[in-house]
Design a protein around this ligand. Structure first.
Ligand SMILES: Cc1ncc(COP(=O)(O)O)c(C=O)c1O
Length: 458
């Protein structure tokens, strides 16, 4: 066993003994001699000390190999670049079949992005001006863009500070007679509280759209995320764990709804070639699907590796109150770990700002960062829509005033300010040693937190 393993264990043991005191006083108890880094080189790397993991390189993302290159080359040579050129046997059609099989659902409709998938779902379900859809402010702008593109009203509710997910109590509080759906977003690829959200949906007769854009293959109470609500939407944008540059997919067990989605994303033209409704052109092309078909061959193995590494990090951090891993709801068996996230508690780092600590950890060789800077309730679209004719026509003056007044969402603000994340797509495919380096870099900075005040150039 390496010296640094022994010392990290003794650190965590000492830490766990002191947990009660930690909670009560917000001060980590003195733990004496701890790690090799402290003893041999207690100076933080940012101040000139020796780094824990100099020149650290994690597995790169996106993943590709020669077979993928050849498959894309095959599409180029075929001259069939558009899904319509090979409607039933092309790469898009094949990907749709494989993805539906992988998730155990009746079908999939591929699109050009996660945002397009979500917008297609909203349109296909018939939601539009005058309707309200509840969702989280702590998400990618694409979630809200899908609602706005249909000129419906996105109603943002606060999140849970520990899981970083939509708070079901807040959802229930914001339901009114115009509420038609909830977009349940599975942030970081972990389930939001689907048990409660499905119960609320049933109680108020609301549709549930799962934004599983980050949640490929994730499981909750024995079901894959995206298969629990009425419809599930995925993103295959480059950073996602199954990716092709830009891409999206819609899954459901409701074949009529899937057909309607196909029609909407095919400029309102159905599978029989009749232009029957409002739609836009959101079709995935054959190159994107060729890449995805190759990504699928590795996706399950990569998913297992990320889960194993995430469980290891969480175990190592379990008694460390300075960085608290995302809380998972009961029934969460496996997550996609699009990101591995933790909440930063500055009281355990001598009140140093998150950015100072992240800079110090980066100097040790490990790049962690914040995630979403502002919740979507803090972005200017909220003023833009209340000044638009369509919103002023379809919603009362009082409703638009309440919409604005109800955008004080303190938990979301706190999470934006205190989130710390590790990109998990590539880094969580690393080795156990890589995971140890992450923990050791964090612990070294924590052990030497007295030095953080010397860091001034932030
Ligand atoms: C939770 C969530 N929803 C929606 C989207 C939008 O997906 P896309 O970027 O493919 O349009 C993303 C993408 O990052 C996302 O993370």
């Amino acid at each position: 066993m390496k010296e640094k393993d022994v010392s990290r264990r003794s650190f965590l043991k000492a830490l766990s003994k002191g947990t009660a005191a930690v909670v009560a006083t917000s001060v980590i108890p003195s733990i004496g001699k701890v790690s090799a880094n402290t003893m041999e080189n207690g100076k933080l790397a940012i101040l000139g000390g020796k780094a824990v993991a100099p020149n650290k390189v994690f597995p790169q993302w996106p993943y590709f190999d020669e077979k993928m290159v050849q498959r894309v080359a095959g599409v180029i040579r075929s001259g069939k670049w558009n899904r319509i050129d090979n409607l039933h046997n092309g790469t898009v059609a094949t990907f749709e079949k494989r993805y539906a099989e992988l998730l155990g659902v009746k079908g999939c409709v591929a699109t050009g992005s996660g945002t397009q998938s979500l917008h297609t779902a909203v349109e296909a379900m018939g939601f539009g001006p005058g309707d309200e859809i509840i969702t989280t402010p702590y998400t990618d702008p694409g979630t809200v863009a899908a609602i706005l593109s249909a000129r419906a009203l996105p109603v943002l509710v606060d999140i849970d500070k520990e899981s970083f997910q939509l708070d079901p109590d807040e959802v229930e509080r914001k339901i009114n007679k115009n509420t038609k759906a909830i977009i349940a977003v599975h942030m970081m690829g972990q389930a939001c509280n689907m048990e409660r959200i499905m119960a609320i949906g049933n109680k108020y007769n609301l549709k549930i759209i799962e934004d599983a854009c980050q949640a490929h293959l994730s499981e909750y109470q024995g079901k894959k995320l995206g298969t629990i609500g009425d419809i599930g939407c995925f993103s295959f944008q480059t950073s996602k764990n199954i990716c092709c540059g830009e891409g999206g997919g819609i899954i459901s067990n409701n074949e009529k709804l899937l057909d309607d989605c196909y029609t909407v994303q095919n400029h309102g033209t159905n599978r029989q070639g009749r232009t029957v409704t409002i739609g836009t052109k959101y079709r995935m092309n054959e190159f994107e699907a060729a890449i995805l078909l190759e990504q699928l061959t590795r996706a399950k193995d990569q998913f297992e590796i990320r889960n194993k590494n995430a469980a290891y990090l969480t175990e190592k951090l379990k008694n460390f109150p300075g960085l608290v891993p995302q809380k998972l709801y009961p029934g969460t068996t496996k997550g996609s770990f699009y990101l591995y996230t933790m909440a930063y508690h500055k009281e355990y780092f001598n009140d140093a700002s998150r950015d100072v600590v992240l800079k110090a950890i980066a100097a040790e060789g490990i790049n962690l960062s914040g995630y979403i800077k502002n919740g979507l309730h803090r972005e200017p679209w909220t003023d833009n829509i209340i000044n638009r004719r369509v919103y002023q026509t379809m919603y009362s003056e009082q409703r638009l005033k309440d919409f604005k007044d109800q955008l004080t969402l303190p938990n979301c603000d706190w999470v934006c300010d205190n989130m710390v994340m590790l990109w998990a797509n590539g880094p969580l495919l690393g080795t156990k040693n890589d995971m140890d380096d992450i923990i050791n870099a964090i612990m070294k900075v924590h052990e030497n937190r007295d030095q953080l005040k010397l860091i001034t150039s932030i």
